[in-house]
Design a protein around this ligand. Structure first.
Ligand SMILES: [Zn+2]
Length: 416
């Protein structure tokens, strides 16, 4: 491990332990100043204002409880269910480079792997490559120009829709958002809802402390009293934290309403390629290529070996295999068109849940993290509708997919 790398790891380790400790310390101090110095000593004893004391204490402790609950839930989910994409067999059998997570935590590389092939590898060319079936069992998925799913050369695995490789974790993460040392790790599809709740409640908490301490300072100034050092410190701390929590909260809400991640927003003029299921024997056109799964031998051509899109090879198959095949058109979105945009209301529900209790309480997981849709890994029905219309392909909803499967079965049987 190089010197620069180990100092980088030390910084990362410090950040993931030191920052939460600093936050907890600031929270403890803020609570002490608000309850003891502002409410009890000043508002209640000095001013005799019991109404304001009780109101501030109730709002403060409700928002403190909500912030701590959302923080705890975020921290717990990030550390127990990060949303990592399971490793495929290639990653498990070939270890010729320490993963960044091993580097980060001081893990050691296995000896004797100097002869290993170069680490960055192209996609698995085996037509039966394990994991492909997860993609073509759906009606649509994101793909490369050749119609195969995206490939992670670090994990040596197919990348699910919206997954990205995290250099911090050395693994692909589903709907990866950002690495946040403030909440102890990688925010992704499993934790984004709780993270958004945490930032919103933390903003409310900071606002209560800021308002109460500013009010106390204003009263002390008006009464001509000496200003309390603790109250000044609480004002400064809450003003400092609220700039962060408010920015993070506003950003999170915007991303939820647009169904984007922080990673998505970094890409400019992003064009998505989607494999969208079409009836068998649909011919390729100069507008789009066609790919049929399961892939057949001879081995699938190298992605850059030819510009030709692979055609359907149904005629080479036995009738039974023909029934099991699925044909996809390889379609492109316009630049910056977001395939997962369902409209702001559905986008909100996809992350925050369907009712107000889900929105407020950091308990239930985001619906989008359940992956229980049969059409695609993440919902993209409006985009599929738009693309089919744009490319002149037939409408093809879930029910129609089953109808089509039945028609194809009958057609194959009648040919026998
Ligand atoms: Zn990866």
């Amino acid at each position: 491990m190089s010197k620069a790398q180990s100092s980088q790891n030390a910084v990362a380790r410090w950040a993931s332990i030191g920052i939460p400790t600093f936050v907890v310390g600031a929270l403890g101090y803020g609570t002490y100043v608000l309850t003891s110095v502002i409410c009890i000593d000043y508002l209640y004893h000095d001013l005799g204002d019991s109404g304001a004391t009780i109101a501030i204490l109730i709002i403060y402790f409700l928002s403190l409880f909500a912030t701590l609950a959302a923080y705890g839930r975020t921290f717990w989910v990030i550390n127990t269910n990060t949303g990592l994409v399971p490793l495929g067999p290639h990653a498990q059998t070939v270890e010729n480079k320490p993963r960044s997570s091993e580097r980060r935590w001081g893990g050691r590389r296995k000896l004797g792997d100097l002869e290993s092939p170069p680490y960055y590898t192209g996609p698995d060319l085996d037509p039966d490559s394990p994991g492909l079936e997860h993609f073509y069992s759906k009606e649509a998925f994101t793909c490369e120009s050749d119609g195969r799913p995206r490939w992670c050369s670090e994990c040596r695995n197919w990348k699910p829709d919206r997954a990205h490789h995290s250099s911090e974790l050395g693994r692909c993460v589903r709907k990866m958002d950002h690495y946040c040392p403030w909440v102890g790790g990688m925010v992704s599809e499993t934790s984004f809802k709780f993270f958004a709740q945490f930032t919103a409640y933390a903003t409310l908490l900071c606002a209560v402390v800021l308002a109460a301490s500013a009010y106390a300072l204003a009263m002390q100034t008006r009464e001509g009293q000496a200003l309390s050092g603790h109250i000044i410190a609480a004002t400064v701390l809450s003003a400092f934290f609220i700039t962060f929590t408010f920015t993070m909260s506003a950003t999170s809400i915007r991303l939820i309403l647009l169904n984007l991640t922080n990673i998505d927003t970094m890409k400019k003029k992003w064009i998505h390629q989607l494999a969208v299921r079409v009836p068998q024997n649909t011919p390729p056109t100069n507008q789009y290529g066609i790919i049929t799964y399961p892939l057949q031998n001879p081995p699938f051509p190298e992605p850059h070996a030819s510009n030709e899109q692979p055609g359907p090879r149904g005629q080479l198959l036995s009738p039974r295999d023909q029934r099991a095949t699925k044909t996809f058109a390889i379609l492109r979105t316009h630049a910056d068109e977001n395939p997962w945009d369902l409209g702001w209301k559905e986008n909100w529900k996809d992350v925050m849940g369907t009712n107000i209790m889900d929105w407020l309480l950091p308990i239930r997981m985001s619906p989008c993290a359940m992956h229980d849709h049969t059409v695609s890994d993440y919902r993209m029905d409006p985009m599929l509708h738009t693309l089919r219309k744009r490319y002149g392909l037939k409408g093809f909803t879930e029910g129609q997919a089953m109808d089509m499967e039945m028609r194809e079965v009958r057609r194959t049987e009648s040919r026998r």
